[in-house]
Design a protein around this ligand. Structure first.
Ligand SMILES: Cc1ncc(COP(=O)(O)O)c(C=O)c1O
Length: 389
């Protein structure tokens, strides 16, 4: 690692030069199957010719103008994205964390408009919402927060997937304005909730006049078999944050809102120099078009279901495997022990996987993987787990 980079990451000993679909080639020419997609970003895979042509065309015409003028591609993306998400309005920033910041700001504006002095947001234990100050304060992981105190105030923590705990807070805290939740907790190990959890939260929010904020930065954009994971439950969010796969690798974050929450921001309330520039918004429009026309959500659902049953069949009786969970192509395999050797073994075998929370093998492959590639990922992960002593 260069001494001139801040010491924030612990990268694997590999660097990639090019990619094609779910394949990556390192600087020595070795080929790898990508089962992590740059942490859930490259949903359409690498080196997508159609997307590359659009990006090159836009780069040759106009990269950036700033939001002092109309940006037609931004307006087009706003219409397209809110359409698939079932939301009313969107603000574009450059990352997931920024989208979360925008969501928290909307919750506070809405709370003040209701006369609350300290509008607060219920957040979940073991959640992850990003590394900026409000996002890390909302995050339920002390490791992410340690050393960065004082944290941003106005967050009240509750256990994930525990509706009774939220009801209890509703009885005792009059300053709550919103609930912020990931439908599936990604960073903390692809932790899923019981069926109906989001609908239960929706009902509590409705009873109390709270906003339901869904962080679908990892679970969204077809990964779990719908445009957004909460659509499996048929519920409506008040605020929905999205990022990662939206431009398949160009930086973009989106904070969408519906109803009253969509009217909270006014000129001067929020902004971003790069947010929603012509390059990234045109790329994102193309990503959404490809996802829709190629039936990527259905493909992710079917491929993920096949992978999940293959994992269960092969690892169901393995004493080292604690749990196999997830939805679509967001899959977590929790071991009874540290899973780092699995990651290393897979890397050696030419399959790139991720380990989170030390014991969970997390798979977020490009959503375009075919059956053979899915089978190769399953084999490599199972072989690596079985090779553990
Ligand atoms: C659920 C969730 N929220 C927020 C973030 C932060 O996104 P970013 O790293 O783009 O700021 C992430 C990133 O992994 C995430 O998974």
């Amino acid at each position: 690692m260069s001494d001139h980079l801040m010491n924030t990451y612990a990268p694997l000993p590999v660097a990639f030069e090019r990619g094609e679909g779910a394949w990556l080639w390192d600087t020595d020419g070795k080929r790898y199957l990508d089962a992590i997609a740059g942490l859930g970003v490259c949903a359409l895979g690498h080196g997508h010719a159609g997307l590359a042509r659009v990006i090159a065309d836009q780069a040759s015409k106009l990269l950036h103008t700033g939001n002092l003028v109309h940006i037609p591609w931004q307006e087009k993306l706003a219409e397209r994205l809110t359409g698939v998400a079932g939301m009313d309005r969107v603000f574009f920033g450059n990352s997931g964390a920024e989208a979360v910041e925008c969501a928290v700001k909307i919750a506070r504006l809405s709370g003040h408009a209701r006369g609350l002095e300290n509008p607060s947001v219920i957040v979940m234990e073991k959640s992850f919402h990003g590394r900026t100050m409000a996002a890390l304060s909302a995050t339920g992981n002390r490791k992410v927060q340690a050393g960065f105190e004082p944290l941003v105030s106005g967050f009240v923590r509750a256990p994930f997937a525990d509706t009774a705990a939220i009801e209890n807070i509703a009885k005792n805290n009059r300053e709550i304005m919103a609930v912020l939740v990931e439908p599936i907790q990604g960073e903390s190990g692809v932790r899923t909730a019981h069926d109906g959890y989001l609908a239960e939260l929706r009902a509590i929010c409705d009873e109390n006049g709270w906003l339901l904020i869904l962080d679908e930065i990892q679970s969204g954009l077809c990964r779990t078999g719908k445009w957004y994971d909460h659509q499996h439950e048929g519920i409506q969010a008040d605020i929905l944050v999205s990022a990662k796969a939206l431009a398949n690798g160009l930086p973009i974050g989106a904070c969408m809102a519906s109803g009253k929450a969509a009217e909270a921001m006014q000129p001067g309330s929020h902004g971003s120099t790069f947010g929603g520039n012509p390059l990234v918004t045109r790329a994102a429009c193309t990503v959404l078009d490809i996802m829709a026309s190629e039936g990527i959500a259905d493909h992710a659902a079917a491929t993920g279901a096949r992978m999940m049953s293959a994992f269960r069949e092969r690892l169901g009786d393995n004493g080292l495997v604690k749990d196999i969970r997830g939805r679509g192509l967001m899959i977590g395999i929790e071991l009874e022990r540290n899973a780092t050797p699995v990651k290393d073994h897979c890397l050696e075998a030419g399959v790139l996987v991720n380990v989170t929370q030390e014991s969970v093998i997390r798979l977020l492959p490009p959503l375009v993987i075919d059956e053979e590639q899915a089978g190769m990922i399953v084999s490599a992960v199972c072989d690596s787990i079985e090779a553990l002593d």
